[in-house]
Every structure is written in C-alpha cells, then in structure tokens.
Design a protein around this ligand. Structure first.
Ligand code: ZN
Length: 942
C-alpha cells in the first residue's frame, strides 16, 4: 500500500431488502420497498455523481411490473446504461448458503438474470452476499460459472474474521471446487466487522448512523413523512462532527485492507425509501470531506460495487488463494453456533424441496411436449405461466430468511402458500400434458376398481425403483403398459388404519413415463393373473420394551435380511443392534434412537436457542422410556416400524422410525439404500430433538457433509481458542446429506425443534419458533467401504430428491433420454425469454416482447470429483445430438454461461478463460463441471 496516498472511500448506497423475514412481500412493498426504487430513480436522475446498487430482483421486478411509470422506466434504463444504477447478484433473492440445494440456487439466479438481460441487456458481474449465515464453497463456484468477476461475503466466524482483519486477509482468490480449481476461481471480499450497515454510533447525537430517512414504518408509511429515528440533518453545526466520525471510521477500516480503497456500504435493512433526504444530507457531507481531504487524508466518492472492485483489480496485487474450504458453521460469539436454522421450520423446508422436484419434473415434461407437439392442445402461454409461478415461488423461498426458517410465522405461511398455489397450478399442467394430444376424446380415467396411473422418471437415467402409493383397498394387482403383471406388495399403512401402502417395482427409462393399471379388490387377491406377483404383507408386533428393564441386552437378536445387508434388531430393547454389509462380510454395531436437548428460553439463565442459533448448557437426554416394534416382512420390501414412547404406559408414541429394507429385484443399487422415515412432533415447548446414531466405526472425529449438494466437505474437529463449543456443534446440525462412511461413533442429527424465548428482539419481531407441527423427514442410509460408497452417494442423493412422479392419467410411451451414470441432467426447460443469443444483436433490438418457446435450456453436471472413483471420475464425451434424439432432432447447439446470458466463447472474466466450439454436437464434460446450453430443435419453428 502506498502509505503516502490518501485513502479512497467508495460510498456504496444500498438497501438490504429481505424477501420475507418479518414482513410479507406485500407488506414490504407497501411500507417501503416500492418507494426505494421510485425515490432512488428520481434522486439518481438529479445528480450524476449519485449511485445505487439494486440487489434483490424480486422487489425490483414487482416495482417494475406493477408500480413504475413509463417515465420512471425510461429513467431507469438511462441510469442502468450509464452504470449509475447497478444490478448486483441479479438473482430473485440473496439465497441462503447452508440449507439450499445447488439446483435451486441456479434456478433463482437464472430467473433474475433472464429478466435483467431481457429487460436491460445487462448481465450482473458481482455478488453481494452480505447476510447469509455463513458462506459455502459451492456458491462462489456458481458465481464464477455465471460470469462474475468478484464475490462478496460477510458473515463468517467472528474469531476468524478478527484474524483476517488483523492480518489483512479479508480478500483472497477462492477456488471453491477442488476439481475445477483455478478454472472457476473468484476474487472474494469479506466485509469487515461493520458488515453491510453503516456504523450506527454517532458520538455527537442520540440518533443512529447515517440514516437521515430514519427507520421504515409498518404497516403504513407516516403521512407527514417523518419516520422514527431520523438522524440529525447535516448543517453548518453538524457537518464537522459528521465528517470527523465518517473519516475516523474510514481510516479504521483502511487498516484492515491491503489497498487504499475502502468499501463503505451506506445503508442497512430497509433503507433509501426516502432517498432525497438520504442524498440531500450525504452530498454536502462528502463535498466537505473532499474539500478538506488533505487534512483528513481521505477522499470519498459515491460508487457502485463494480467501481470499487474495478479499482482493487487495477492495483494488480497478488492475492492469497483459498481452497475449497467453506465458512460453515457461523458463530458470532463463544458458546453458540448458527446451526439451529438447519432444522428450523422443517415443514417449510420439506415443502420447498418437494416444489423444486415437481418443478424439475414439469419442466422436462413440458419441454418434451413442446418439441413433440408444437401445436398440441395444451396452450403454451398457459403452460409457461404455470411453470413461471412455480419458478418464482421456489426462487423466493431460497431467500436467507426463507428456507432457513428464520422468518416470522406469517411470512412462513406466505412462502408456503406461494409454493402450494404454484404446485397446484403445475399439477394442473401435468394433468393436461398426460392427456394424450392425439387422443383428446379420452375423458374418464378411472373406472370403478381400476385405476390408471402414469409414472414419470424425471432423471436422464434408466432406473428400476420402488414406487409407494397410498390406496384405500387391502388388495390389488398391478399391470404395466404391455398388460403384464408387475411385482408389487401391499400392507396396512403405518400412518392410518383405513389406508394401505402399495409398493410397485417400476422400470423406467430416462425422462420416460409409463402407464400402469391397478386393479383393486376388497378381498384377498386370488383370481386375477396379476395376483401371482402381488404380495400381501402382514406385520408381526413385538412386545413393548421398557428402558428400565434393559439389564441384559443383545441376547435375542432378530435378523432382517436383504441381498445387501443383514440388520439385527434386539428384542430386549426393540432397537437396531447391528448392520452387516454382506458383500464385504463387515459387521458394524449401530444403534439409533432419539435424544432431546432441553433448550433454555430464558435470557437471564444463559445463552438461548432460537430460530438461528443452537446453544446448549447441558447434554441431551434420552427422549423415551419404552420402545415398541413391528416388522412387516415382505418380498419387495421389509418394513421395520419402531415407536418411541415418552412414558411406559403412554398410548401415543412421541417419535418413530420406519426403516424400509428393499430387496434387490434385479437392480443392485436399490438394496444398498436403507430408507428411513422419522415421525417427530408435536414437540414439547423448548425441545430440540436429535436422531442419535451410535456405531462402532472409528473416524477420528472427522465427518463429511455436503455443500449445497454439490461437493463433499471434510470436517475435522477443530479447537479454536475462543470458540470450542461452536466446533463441537458441527456434529449436531442437520445435514442434508452425509457420507455413510463417516458416521461418528455417536452422531446426532437434529430433526426438529420447538422453541420460545424471552429475548426482547425475538419477541418484538415475533421470531420465536413455537412450531407444533409433525415433521416426517426421510433419509437414505448406505453402508460399505469407502471405494464402494464413493460410487453411490452422488446418484443416491439425486434419486432421493427426484423420485418418480405418479399422476393419474394416460399416455403413450416416449423414447428414453439417457446420460452416462456420472452425468446428471440439471435442467431441461423452456425458459421463455425473448432475446437474441448474440449480445450485439440483442442490444439493438426492441427488448421484451412475446415469450420465445423454441429456446431450450439444457444444463448438465458431472457428479464426481477428480480422483474420487477410478472410472466415474473420468471426463465424459457425449454427442448431444445423439443423447437428445429421444426428445427431437437437435439443429443448433450453443454453449452459454450458467444462467444463459453469455455466449461462453465471449465470456471473459477478470480471470481469463477460453471458450469451446460445438459444431459437431460433441461435448466433453470434466469432473464437477456444470455446462449450460441453448438447444434448438428442428421440430420447433426457428
Ligand atoms: Zn437479510
């Protein structure tokens, strides 16, 4: 750093606008969000030095589509063109980084980018992840793939941040993927301890910070325009202390960075709804500082984030490299960790996951339909509306106060309602698509005791799997589309005495649907030819076992066998005793049960647990006094139901585990997955419940969890000087996935929580988690050697997320679309954007008109890391014309950036990379690559 040069502060005006959290989107639009864009547009147009960064696209789009006048739109276009209004991130929301899935992160980014490119011809180049609770290593990789030049994060472990500030290491180049390495590295700026809000202390005044417009007021803006907590205006009397305060803060921060540039975020949550007051005070203050810059040693200017990064980039310094390590979990002080949110509002998390799967299935189905029947009876605009509504709802809930469960109850309801409505719309679309276009006369699907269903495989792999349907009859026979009987099993449902679980073995090609007929009967199946393949399973109940009589255990073991495993259950406890992996003849002692943390809800009695934070004073206690077991041996699947009772004599159980042990039925991977569904709740108040899996595996306190379903992260036990407990908590958060080989000797996965505390801040915002719902998460457990399970977990995770879709209806078979086993079809959709693929052409034409139905977005991901598996980790070469033959005749293939807005050959990030050519439709995909294409099929009208 040139010490003699003045410090240059980049004042970046911004408003952090949570898409949800305490207030609904409608409430936020009404109280402040619409005013942010109306008033910023006006104020920026007045003075050319002023700047603003727009971050969350959902609010901007709502303003643009429902509020903005034609003249405001014209002004915005001008401001964007001149670079004074800059779109940052460009996603619908600022997504959470800990509990979101890769495909949903990409979706919400793509949604926002498509809109921005269509509307303004701009492509965001920078991120501003100022509020997500911790930072994953997968997110910077996605941003690099989307063409970003720099990434910005803020919430990292406080202890770590202290050290980074001290050592001037807040900025580095992040190589988030160990396989993609430098190819997708990205410059990353970590915000200093002041984070994204302007410093809030003014030594000379009672009011806070540099917020002249005060604090947003709900539900209505004040009529007289006077908001609470407005800062003293900048006047002759106050300008000197204001300048002194600002300069001192800038200098303090400059000491933590290697260059003379200081990023000075000006704003906070819900700011700039009255920007004339904001800029009207800041303009003279900045002018004053610049007039006295010699004395102050500081110059100030308004800037966009891009302008700040540009200046840092131009210094040409050499930066430290960070590998694929992430910044999770996040802690703000000793003895707590922000891991509570991993299990907050699991009902919402489940709804978001289901909506995402449904969207994926519907996108692929509509794309196939659109190419096969361009003039089919399903109206394309209607279909696109339904898909867009679900894209929007799934994007919205990825917000860092959405899927995290850290929002108020009414906002959780809003997300749920948006998801449910959009899912219903897409169900209507599926129903329409499954009625044959060349057989429109067909109306009634069901006739009496015969039901026809379509089962669709949304993955581009051939699969043999179990489909589970809840039915009303005790007996049935199932036939495939060729009229042949299909192996199936029926049994009384665990959930209700009046219904039955029907398991059907289905064989489906990639992206293929098949029709099945089910013939029900009230009496035992005997007369139909299909009955020979139908197995009616009957349960065996075991006596309830009380914990207090556990004296002797392990004397009477009961085996449950499949082709892959031998599970032993202990009849003295009714708990799992051990699992033997038959292929390697390895037995592992495994016991599973439920334990509870009794959370502290009183701030006077120590650290509290809340929506965000998991904090504990004591250890977990056993959550039950007795266990009952029922085993339903079957030919397709054997089900083990364990019920955990809080007291010996309780009638209703508190928790349950349903373990499904599938038979192989010809497909080996199937039997390696032990499926477990848990039932938890309603919990008692201030309870956090964990599934405890104790095993005899030795792992040196190391476990592996994933980042966003993209990559496995190795987590070793680390002792930090100030923060021991937060590290221990690593083993207690809920993982979306974990590698089976890494089961700790006793691993606890938090599955549900119900909390209430008396912290004034939580009560004020109604952010306590008095969640009385019942949750039913499902996990797959795979056991085996490292080399064996390394082949399996990537695909298993995707198959668990994207299960076959069962819909009533009729359809004729379609040709399969099959990718090699190490490639996953992330997207196949008709985005509907109207723009030219060539940037120059796009900019010269009239933007945003009718949707384009002929541009198909295809995204493929390599599932393996370099060196993970001798075969599957190899780069794969495929001919996309051949692969997509089943969909239609590929005419044109263009490779694009992750969100589709860049021609990959022309994309030059600040770290250079070169493009590739696909004239022959042949593409080689390397480990962990995500490649995005626009495909034009000849059946569509080009
Ligand atoms: Zn936020």
């Amino acid at each position: 750093k040139a010490e003699d040069q003045p410090i240059q502060a980049f004042v970046i005006p911004h408003s952090h606008m949570d898409v949800g959290w305490v207030y609904t989107i409608q409430e936020s639009m009404h109280a402040y969000a619409a005013n942010v864009y109306s008033s910023v547009t006006e104020e920026l147009s007045k003075v050319k030095e002023r700047r603003f960064i727009a971050v969350e696209q959902e609010f901007f789009r709502l303003w643009w589509d429902t509020v903005a006048s034609d003249s405001q739109k014209k002004q915005v276009r001008q401001l964007v063109k001149e670079g004074r209004l800059e779109f940052i991130i460009g996603g619908q929301v600022m997504h959470d980084e800990a509990v979101t899935d890769l495909d949903d992160q990409i979706l919400q980014l793509t949604e926002g980018h498509g809109f921005l490119y269509e509307t303004f011809g701009v492509r965001p180049r920078f991120s501003w992840h100022v509020d997500p609770f911790g930072a994953s290593a997968a997110t910077p990789v996605l941003f690099a793939l989307a063409g970003f030049n720099a990434h910005l994060i803020s919430r990292v472990d406080y202890d770590l941040k202290d050290g980074m500030q001290r050592d001037k290491k807040l900025q580095f180049v992040w190589r988030g993927s160990p396989s993609l390495k430098a190819q997708q590295e990205i410059f990353t700026h970590t915000m200093d301890q002041f984070s994204y809000c302007t410093p809030s202390q003014l030594p000379f005044s009672n009011s806070s910070g540099f917020y002249w417009n005060g604090v947003a007021l709900f539900p209505n803006p004040p009529k007289d325009g006077v908001y609470p907590n407005m800062s003293l205006p900048v006047t002759k009397e106050t300008i000197q202390p204001y300048a002194k305060t600002m300069v001192e803060n800038i200098k303090r921060r400059a000491a933590w960075f290697r260059t003379n540039h200081v990023l000075w975020p000006w704003g906070c949550d819900k700011q700039f709804y009255n920007s004339s007051v904001q800029f009207g005070n800041m303009d003279p203050l900045m002018k004053y500082i610049n007039q006295n810059s010699k004395e102050f040693g500081v110059t100030v200017r308004y800037a966009t984030l891009g302008e700040y990064f540009q200046s840092v980039h131009q210094t040409n310094l050499t930066w430290d490299v960070r590998g694929s390590e992430d910044f999770l979990p996040y802690s703000t002080e000793p003895y707590q960790a922000w891991t509570g949110f991993y299990a907050s509002r699991n009902v919402l998390k489940g709804a978001a996951r289901r909506a995402s799967s449904l969207l994926h299935a519907a996108e692929t189905l509509f794309t196939r339909y659109r190419i096969s029947f361009p003039d089919g009876p399903v109206a394309k605009d209607w279909a696109l509306d339904k898909l867009r509504a679900l894209r929007w709802a799934v994007s919205e809930v990825q917000h860092h106060d959405g899927i995290t469960g850290t929002e108020s109850p009414k906002v959780a309801e809003m997300y749920t309602q948006h998801l449910m409505e959009a899912m219903m719309g897409v169900e209507e679309l599926l129903a329409a698509l499954f009625l044959l276009p060349h057989n429109p006369a067909f109306s009634s699907v069901d006739e009496g005791l015969e039901q026809h269903v379509i089962i669709y495989n949304p993955l581009a792999w051939n699969i043999t799997t179990l489909v589970n349907m809840t039915v009303a009859f005790p007996s049935a026979a199932v036939y495939d589309d060729g009229g042949q009987p299909v192996p199936a099993q029926i049994q009384r449902s665990a959930r209700s005495n009046a219904s039955y679980d029907l398991f059907v073995v289905v064989e489906l090609g990639g992206l293929q649907n098949r029709k099945y007929a089910i013939r029900f009967s009230e009496t035992a199946c005997s007369e139909q030819p299909g009955c020979a393949r139908m197995y009616a399973a009957k349960g065996v109940a075991f006596e309830r076992r009380s914990v207090k009589n556990w004296g002797k255990k392990g004397r009477r073991l009961l085996p449950v066998l499949s082709e892959c495993y031998k599970l032993m259950f202990d009849q003295d406890t009714n708990l799992l005793h051990s699992v033997t992996y038959l292929q390697e003849k390895r037995r592992v002692r495994v016991t599973q049960d439920f334990w509870e943390y009794n959370a502290n809800g009183d701030v006077k009695a120590g650290p509290i647990s809340d929506n965000y934070i998991f904090s504990t004073n004591g250890s977990a206690v056993r959550a039950y006094k007795a266990v009952q077991m029922e085993i339903i041996p079957g030919k397709i699947v054997t089900e083990v139901r364990q019920y955990f009772y809080r007291w010996d004599s309780d009638k209703d159980y508190a928790y349950s585990i349903t373990t499904r042990v599938p038979k192989c039925f010809g497909a080996a991977p199937q039997c390696q997955r032990l499926e477990q569904t848990y039932s938890l709740g309603p919990l008692r108040l201030n309870t956090e419940v964990v599934l405890r899996t104790a095993s005899s595996l030795k792992n040196n306190q190391t476990l592996y969890t994933d980042d966003n379903g993209y990559q496995m992260m190795r987590r070793t036990y680390r002792k930090f000087s100030n923060n021991t407990l937060a590290r221990i908590c690593v083993s207690i958060f809920i993982f979306r996935r974990f590698s089976s080989r890494c089961v700790q000797s006793s691993r606890r996965v938090m599955l549900h929580r119900r909390l209430w505390n008396n912290l004034a801040w939580n009560l004020g915002y109604n952010l306590t988690l008095n969640d009385s719902s019942v949750v039913r998460p499902t996990l797959w457990m795979v056991l085996g050697s490292v080399s064996e399970t390394s082949k399996l977990h990537q695909r298993a995770a995707i198959e668990l997320q994207h299960r076959p879709v069962v819909e009533p209806g009729l359809s004729s078979p379609v040709s399969p679309v099959v990718l090699p086993p190490n490639l996953h079809l992330l997207s196949l959709s008709v985005p509907g954007w109207n723009y030219s693929s060539a940037h120059d052409v796009h900019l010269s034409k009239n933007l945003r008109s009718e949707p384009d139905f002929d541009r198909v977005l295809l995204r493929i991901m390599h599932l393996f890391e370099e060196g993970e598996d001798p075969e599957l980790s190899k780069p794969v070469t495929i001919n996309l014309k051949e692969v997509l033959q089943g969909v239609g005749e590929v005419k044109v293939l263009e490779e694009r950036s992750l969100t589709g807005t860049w021609d990959i050959a022309r994309l030059q990030r600040w770290t250079w990379k070169t493009g590739r050519d696909h004239k022959d439709f042949t593409v080689t995909i390397s480990p962990k690559e995500v490649r995005t294409f626009f495909v034009h099929f000849s059946s569509g009208s080009l």
